[in-house]
Design a binder for this molecule. Structure first.
Ligand SMILES: [Zn+2]
Length: 827
């Protein structure tokens, strides 16, 4: 008793304003690096430190798809923490070119992002050590840094993926970790922990923000706009450590200061690595081009963006590397910890200059030196234009519509013809003027061609949004501004027809697909016009949907009033017609008004399947369309029941040859089979499937031997096509093309091309002028200069769609969604 009282008294005496912060080891109950920590434990640790420390504030910023908490800690000197909100608003004011904000009193903001790839699992462990070290600020150096530095620590950008990896590893590791590289614990099962719930690579999603983790984080990112952002990764465990400066190609928008500062940071990191004799490399492999990475996106938004890569993927708690050394999780943590601290040291040492250059970046954004000073995006498809507007808003890019001077004539570079063309600026055309705060990013997202200094890139080399959204656009050398903040809504007139014959609905975008799904789910019969028609002086395009009164009201009581209520609730674009007699085209009794059946969709999953490809489809149906799909393992195709499943999507992947044989009877019985990308390979040469690869032209220099030098072995790109835009000529009369137009711009990521079908519809073809933008090596260019990319073939009562390119690449390739929806719903 006496003892308890005494310790209580002593405890009270020693109690500072805040309770003692626990080290990660003490809090977790094991030494950091001896175990992979569960996400909830990491969250709890961050909360515990924030509760006990005077210089840490916690910001929870949402949940993952699987419901895990997303959060970051903000750490700085107590005097900064007291005026944190003022620091943040001042920082934004600087980016907004507010000259009243004094730079001298403004700390630099450094954002450290850990573990965007779930199976690069060291990073989150390191984040706890960094938080503890800064929160304690025991040594004089750290204290000094925090006086002019605000540090944001996000311990895990991808908790769902990391947990997938950590759960797997913890479930298979023995009482002692096995460093043998062949041991089971070093091999994750499909789909692996790199990606998030929907198998999306979150380090490719910064600009598009299709995933809720990115969308919620980017809202915070723009709320703070740091001067430095570091994205902590791991690479294969046989690699050492990579840090900035980055490799070529580096986008020309990266400023000299941003390049120079990467060198300053790199040299400081190198100093510590040299002291310890640790291996590292810089200026290799990791380039700065594609705008949706955790380094480029910050760079294009005024920060010094950098990627750090520790060797560690599949290393578990310990692994023997190719050099014969044993790499442990503790080693990996100490390397990431070292670069974290070294970066803070450099940031603090250059705080004022960093803020000054940050101001300069946004000042210069107002007077761009880009080729095009503004972009006009035509309003030929309002649905996709609206989607584009949403994307720009998420990225804080300003835009407007039309001009107060109606039908203004302008000259611009046409994305379609690739020539300077005269055009009229119409009321709903979108205008993006590059002279704006986020003009650097705006220009990178719109520029028709990215200037590439080196083809040795890690990712796609073309992404111009007009192509991705399937919209005509122009790049203008003059500075043009739009006249109106919003799209002018078309007035919907609901004609009153006492006894309707039919209702007609448009088919232009995802909202129309949602209307169709809602109607079909209520058992309403919907037809599709295969040809255009004119009635009441109004012409309707092929693809227009029709609902006939008579054939529906037999089955559904109170049909007319419930339908009209439903259409109004859905905000559907519809008209009411009193007769089925048309002025031009076919009357409504014609068989060209085809009854659509409701698709019961299945997608295949498993190790044969590209997780990215199935993830894109899964996410699109579940999160965008809200349409139920079933996911079956590939082995289940042997027992597909045509009465239960009528539409099967086979995503990109490497399938066994027997797949064609297994599916042929189901297709003949009336199934619709949609084959994407390399899924087609399993069907080539297998009856009754007609698909044939296009043979490569015989090379003349085949006999001349290898003319390449040894040192240029990494620089032969004649076979490369890391992601280039091609113009596909469409058969506009085929339902697959409805709502798209004359051309479809595809992101071509491989050299596959096929012979046009002899018996079937060749819906999408490449022609010699199809190449538009991005890197495509000479051999690839010649191989795919003509041939078939999209086709449909009837087999028995069923149909096969061969769609040989990724349609909805990373779910930002918006026009591909229209093609996918056409393929699935217009049957
Ligand atoms: Zn990574």
């Amino acid at each position: 008793m006496k003892k308890t009282l005494l310790s209580l008294w002593l405890g009270l005496l020693c109690l500072p304003l805040f309770a003692q912060i626990q080290s990660p080891d003490a809090f977790l109950g094991y030494e950091l690096g001896t175990h992979f920590s569960a996400h909830q434990k990491v969250v709890d640790y961050f909360k515990d430190v924030a509760a006990k420390s005077g210089n840490v504030k916690l910001q929870s910023y949402g949940k993952t798809y699987e419901g895990r908490e997303l959060l970051f800690a903000i750490v700085s000197d107590p005097s900064n923490m007291e005026r944190l909100e003022q620091i943040r608003t001042n920082n934004l004011a600087i980016s907004n070119n507010d000259k009243n904000v004094k730079i001298s009193n403004q700390p630099v903001i450094v954002w450290l992002s850990y573990n965007v790839h779930g199976n690069e699992a060291n990073s989150t462990e390191t984040a706890m050590k960094v938080l503890y070290t800064l929160a304690e600020a025991k040594d004089e150096k750290t204290k000094q840094w925090l006086k002019n530095t605000v540090v944001i620590i996000d311990p895990c950008l991808n908790p769902d993926g990391r947990e997938r990896y950590v759960n797997y590893f913890n479930s298979v590791v023995g009482t002692v970790p096995n460093p043998d590289p062949a041991a089971r614990e070093h091999f994750e099962p499909w789909p692996g922990g790199r990606t998030n719930h929907y198998h999306f690579d979150l380090n490719r999603d910064w600009a598009w923000q299709t995933q809720i983790e990115s969308e919620q984080r980017l809202r915070q990112y723009h709320h703070w706009l740091p001067q430095i952002h570091v994205d902590f990764h791991e690479q294969g465990y046989n690699e050492p450590y990579y840090f900035a400066p980055a490799a070529e190609p580096i986008h020309q928008a990266v400023t000299p200061w941003q390049r120079d500062f990467q060198v300053i940071v790199g040299k400081n990191n190198a100093k510590y690595f040299d002291e310890n004799g640790w291996q590292y490399f810089t200026k290799e492999r990791f380039d700065l081009l594609y705008p949706s990475y955790g380094d480029t996106y910050p760079l294009y938004n005024g920060a010094i963006g950098m990627t750090y890569e520790q060797g560690g993927i599949r290393a578990g708690l310990a692994v023997v590397t190719a050099d014969g050394d044993t790499l442990t999780l503790k080693d990996r943590i100490s390397h990431h910890f070292t670069t974290s601290m070294s970066t803070l040291e450099v940031a603090s040492g250059h705080a004022e200059k960093l803020v000054l250059e940050f101001r300069k970046f946004f000042e210069q954004s107002l007077t761009p030196s880009t080729t095009y000073k503004s972009y006009v995006i035509k309003s030929q498809n309002i649905s996709r234009l609206r989607k584009l507007a949403e994307l720009l808003t998420r990225n804080k890019i300003s835009y407007a519509f039309g001009s107060e001077k109606t039908d203004k004539t302008l000259n611009g570079y046409s994305y379609e013809t690739q020539k300077i063309t005269q055009f009229k600026l119409e009321r709903n055309d979108m205008v993006v003027n590059v002279a704006q705060k986020h003009g650097v990013l705006a220009n990178i997202l719109f520029e028709p061609q990215t200037l590439i200094t080196d083809s040795n890139t890690y990712d796609i080399t073309a992404w111009a949004l007009p192509y991705a959204y399937g919209l005509n656009a122009y790049g203008l050398k003059e500075s043009v501004s739009g006249g109106y903040p919003f799209i002018e809504e078309q007035k919907r007139t609901f004609d009153s027809v006492s006894k309707p014959y039919a209702w007609v609905l448009s088919w232009n975008g995802m909202e129309d697909a949602k209307v169709l799904m809602a109607l079909q789910q209520k058992d309403i019969k919907v037809r599709m016009a295969e040809q255009s028609f004119t009635i009441g002086g109004i012409s309707y395009k092929a693809g227009t949907l029709l609902i006939y009164r008579a054939e529906n009201e037999k089955k559904i009581s109170g049909f007319q009033s419930s339908l009209e209520k439903l259409l109004k609730d859905l905000n559907a674009d519809f008209r009411v017609l009193s007769s089925g007699y048309v002025e031009k085209g076919k009357d409504f009794g014609s068989s060209t008004y085809r009854l659509l059946s409701m698709p019961k969709v299945v997608v295949l999953a498993g190790q044969e399947v590209s997780s990215q490809s199935i993830g894109e489809i899964w996410h699109f149906f579940e999160q965008e369309l809200n349409y139920p799909i079933s996911i079956l393992n590939v082995s289940a195709v042997a027992n597909l029941d045509i009465h239960k499943i009528n539409t099967l999507i086979v995503a990109d992947g490497y399938y066994a040859d027997k797949l064609a044989e297994q599916l042929a009877p189901w297709v003949s019985a009336g199934g619709k089979l949609i084959l994407l990308e390399d899924a087609i390979a399993a069907f080539v040469g297998k009856k009754p499937f007609q698909i044939k690869r296009k043979e490569e032209p015989k090379s003349n220099d085949a006999k001349s031997g290898n003319t390449q030098t040894y040192s240029s072995r990494d620089h032969d790109f004649s076979d490369a096509i890391p992601g280039a835009v091609y113009k596909v000529y469409l058969d506009q009369t085929h339902p697959l093309s409805y709502g798209i137009g004359k051309y479809y711009y595809t992101l071509k990521t491989d050299a596959n091309i096929y012979e046009p079908l002899e018996n079937g519809y060749n819906i999408g073809l490449l022609k010699p002028d199809s190449y538009i933008a991005g890197v495509a090596g000479a051999k690839v260019k010649s191989k795919i200069s003509s041939g078939m990319l999209y086709a449909s073939q009837s087999i028995g009562k069923g149909e096969v769609l061969y769609l040989s390119t990724g349609l909805i690449f990373r779910n930002f390739w918006e026009v591909g969604k229209q093609m996918l929806v056409n393929g699935v719903f217009l049957n």
